[in-house]
Ligand binder design. Structure first.
Ligand SMILES: *Cc1c(COP(=O)(O)O)cnc(C)c1O
Length: 369
């Protein structure tokens, strides 16, 4: 049975994925316009280096980066950064907070790294947040936003940690949306295909002076493949380049999004917009007899909303119906295995479209339950 949702109920843009996530049409138009003669030119020449420079200085402005913090970038996305961190940022042992698939993946990567000790792992069931416990560790790692579950964690240094320990924050789905005080972090790293409304393939990181110092030391002491060498990445970043060829379109869209965010009021504006979207979604779910937010307060993410459904609702069928009507990527994270929808509400998403989405869900539920 196929259900056609009335056109007047549909969101103007049906992309609610959590990565790749909605790219703003205005940025794509700029790519097809101004970008048309820029694409396909050298990443070692001024026009591309200027865009990288715009990104690096734009990020520093957006985050009010403390003195001495630097923006590094390279190829390979956040997954690559986990491996980079195991070479250049974790000296002997990390303590990790695991509260979903992405935090688990970094902990697993550290556990497999032959020159590191088994990490200390503080784990909780999906749906809440675990910060790493104070331990015999030189690095503390968790995610600002667990994209697999929709739980947002506080970001600050762990009290009782060794003062020399580094704080490594996976901000892949938080950066560009959630405010943070970078002084509480040593590596705040992310990829551009989520809140930065760009495409995948690159990683970015704010590095503190302590992280830069450790990177220099560990990459001099250890054998490090060039593609995982954070010192090489930093050296190239300082001249607005990457070690090897980056995806130019990703850079272009990222620069457009940063400019858009800065012009609109920066992270406070982004946070208000995501707060409007998520406030509506969670309010709707709280009031709905068949729906409820999966994550308890105070950890409900303003950017990734996970909504559980009553067993009489087939959430997978609901997602399929929405998809057939052009509302895409609201399926839950693969391995979570819940009767759930997951909705990306990054700054590029119009809060009015989140309202339209819940109206569409209501419309489908009235006809299927
Ligand atoms: C998407 C995501 C990743 C993986 O990013 P890639 O760029 O695909 O490697 C890692 N961590 C978090 C929190 C994410 O949301």
């Amino acid at each position: 049975m196929s259900l056609n949702i009335p056109a007047e109920l549909l969101p103007r843009d049906g992309r609610f994925g959590c990565g790749p996530a909605k790219v703003r049409p205005e940025a794509l138009q700029a790519l097809a316009g101004r970008g048309a003669s820029w694409m396909g030119t050298s990443h070692r020449k001024a026009p591309v280096k200027d865009v990288v420079g715009r990104i690096r200085s734009g990020l520093a402005t957006l985050y009010d980066a403390p003195d001495g913090y630097e923006v590094a970038l390279g190829n390979g996305g956040s997954t690559q950064f986990w491996d980079i961190a195991s070479f250049a940022l974790v000296e002997r042992r990390a303590s990790v907070g695991v509260f979903g698939e992405f935090t688990h993946k970094f902990a697993a990567a550290l556990a497999r790294t032959p020159w590191l000790d088994e990490p200390a792992v503080t784990r909780v069931e999906p749906g809440t947040v675990a910060l790493p416990a104070p331990a015999d560790a030189d690095a503390y790692a968790w995610a600002h936003n667990e994209t697999s579950t929709g739980a947002a964690a506080p970001v600050h240094r762990i009290g009782e940690a060794d003062p020399g320990a580094l704080t490594l924050i996976d901000a892949t789905s938080a950066a560009g949306a959630l405010p943070v005080d970078l002084a509480g972090t040593d590596a705040y790293y992310f990829a551009p295909q989520k809140a930065f409304s760009s495409d995948g393939g690159l990683w970015f990181a704010f590095l503190s002076p302590a992280a830069i110092e450790r990177t220099g030391r560990l990459t001099a002491e250890r054998w490090v493949p060039d593609s995982l060498n954070l010192q090489l990445a930093l050296d190239n970043s300082r001249s607005d380049q990457t070690l090897n060829t980056p995806a130019l379109a990703t850079l272009f869209l990222m620069a457009e999004q940063i400019d858009w965010l800065l012009a609109a009021g920066g992270l406070p504006h982004a946070a208000r917009r995501c707060g409007a979207s998520s406030g509506h979604l969670y309010g709707w779910a709280d009031a709905h007899p068949l729906a409820s937010p999966f994550v308890a307060q105070p950890y409900r993410s303003p950017v990734v909303g996970t909504i559980d459904f009553d067993p009489q609702v087939d959430a997978a069928a609901l997602a399929a119906t929405l998809r057939a009507n052009g509302i895409v990527d609201v399926e839950p994270y693969r391995s979570l295995g819940r009767n759930q929808l997951r909705i990306g509400m990054f700054p590029a998403v119009d809060p009015a479209d989140v309202e339209a989405l819940t109206a569409c869900i209501d419309w489908v539920l009235e006809r299927t339950v």
